[in-house]
Design a protein around this ligand. Structure first.
Ligand SMILES: Nc1ncnc2c1ncn2[C@@H]1O[C@H](COP(=O)(O)OP(=O)(O)OP(=O)(O)O)[C@@H](O)[C@H]1O
Ligand SMILES: [Mg+2]
Length: 395
């Protein structure tokens, strides 16, 4: 979580784009100090342009000793050399111009990265693995790619190191949805099988500039899908979760071997339902299959897409049929295809729309549960349990 130290009540809204949703505004040094004392989950403090340099330096100096993993970022209306050197000497990590929201977002990303590394070292250097989140539905066209691209974008935009893997290996459309022009794909990992490392993986991803999301795209040639061995997919995800906070996986509309490998390594499974009988039937079958192979129920997050469509079937009917509660309802809206056609995820394009709000709720209140505690080196029991393979027997 971030703190914005700024007396201006409109500041949070103004910097929201750069700061992400998980930010609280505090008005005074005393409130910031109290929050830091009481809440170990605070990772970054962004200091607004009207806070005096002396007060800002005081906070940075105290934090440097008491809490070295805390990132302190200072915004200034004018950045002069004197202020810059004083601030950096006191322990401020970066000084950015108050109007430069992109610089602020970049600074936060770098600072969060450093914080994660410091926490890793503080906990004895134990590897802190990210969470794998697979978005699945056994029926086509229900909103898997919409959900995976938007959740991954929102995670990245909130400051988490996030990788989106397009496992719809024959017909993947993640790249086109995000207007990316990949030169490499999942297929290029095949040559690195058995010795894929962080650097190799990084060489295959393309970064979505607006959010910082890394994307590993599906091959251009649909025929390449069959030439990707299943263990390569497992290796990609295992390497990726060592480096990223979240690895989101988009899938084709069937339980292919590649999908099963992803599900096997997933901490959360986002299952998409829609209000039509074939989709509900397919979801029921998918859930039965998951039950049969012993996948934990609490790793599943059911999303009802186009939840308000007036088609004679109600959300309650879906819940009854699948015997599982719906976690998030995403409304039907023309803003979705419009944002896809613009190539900008709706969480960035229309962040206040009902669809974006629902998708951000999915991330903030369902997918991220457990991750925040882990980021602070306190792996909760629930998080540890959900970390285990969904298919324990198949590992
Ligand atoms: N909530 C929504 N409101 C309106 N349109 C939507 C909504 N969600 C998805 N769509 C539209 O439905 C179509 C299918 O969505 P999407 O590509 O996300 O589905 P998918 O499950 O990934 O499909 P496939 O199985 O073909 O990969 C797209 O045109 C998308 O814009
Ligand atoms: Mg798709």
């Amino acid at each position: 979580m971030n703190i914005l130290w700024d007396a201006d009540s409109g500041a949070l809204e103004r910097y929201r784009f750069a700061l992400g949703a998980d930010t609280q505004r505090m008005e005074s040094a005393a409130l910031v100090a109290r929050a830091l004392h009481e809440n170990t989950q605070v990772e970054q403090v962004v200091i607004g342009p009207d806070v005096t340099l002396e007060q800002a330096c005081e906070l940075a100096e105290a934090a440097r000793l008491d809490r070295p993993e805390l990132g302190v970022i200072l915004m200034r209306t004018r950045v002069d050399v004197n202020a810059l050197s004083l601030a950096l000497r006191s322990g401020v990590r970066e000084v950015v111009g108050a109007d430069d929201h992109t610089a602020l977002a970049d600074a936060l990303r770098r600072s969060r990265d450093l914080t994660s590394r410091l926490i890793g070292h503080a906990s004895g250097g134990a590897a802190r693995e990210g969470r794998v989140v697979t978005v699945f539905s056994a029926k086509g066209g229900v909103g898997k790619t919409t959900t995976s691209t938007n959740t991954a974008t929102h995670l990245a935009h909130s400051g988490f190191r996030t990788l989106l893997v397009d496992l719809d290996l024959s017909f993947g459309d993640v790249a086109i949805s995000l207007q990316l022009v990949p030169t490499q794909s999942v297929f290029d990992a095949v040559g690195m099988s058995g010795h894929l490392d962080e650097e190799g993986l990084k060489s295959l991803v393309v970064t979505h500039a607006d959010s910082g999301l890394d994307v590993l795209c599906a091959p251009n040639d649909p025929g390449d899908a069959d030439r990707i061995p299943v263990p390569t997919v497992s290796e990609i995800l295992k390497v990726a979760r060592r480096y990223y906070d979240f690895v989101v996986v988009d899938t084709p509309p069937s339980f292919t071997e590649h999908v099963l490998a992803a599900v096997d390594l997933s901490d959360s499974l986002v299952l998409i339902a829609t209000l039509d009988i074939p989709a509900v039937k397919n979801l029921r079958v998918a859930i039965d299959t998951l039950d049969m192979i012993g996948s934990p129920k609490d790793a599943r997050i059911i999303v009802l897409n186009r939840a308000d469509a007036k088609v004679g079937l109600r959300a309650e009917d879906v819940e009854t049929a699948i015997k599982t509660p719906i976690a998030v309802n995403v409304p039907n809206s023309l803003t979705v295809p419009a944002s896809v056609n613009r190539g900008v995820p709706i969480v960035l394009d229309e962040p206040k729309s009902a669809v974006a709000t629902a998708l951000k709720d999915l991330v903030d209140n369902h997918i991220r549960i457990g991750r925040d505690t882990e980021v602070n080196g306190q792996v909760s029991e629930a998080a540890a349990a959900s970390r285990k393979s969904l298919f324990r027997g198949r590992k």
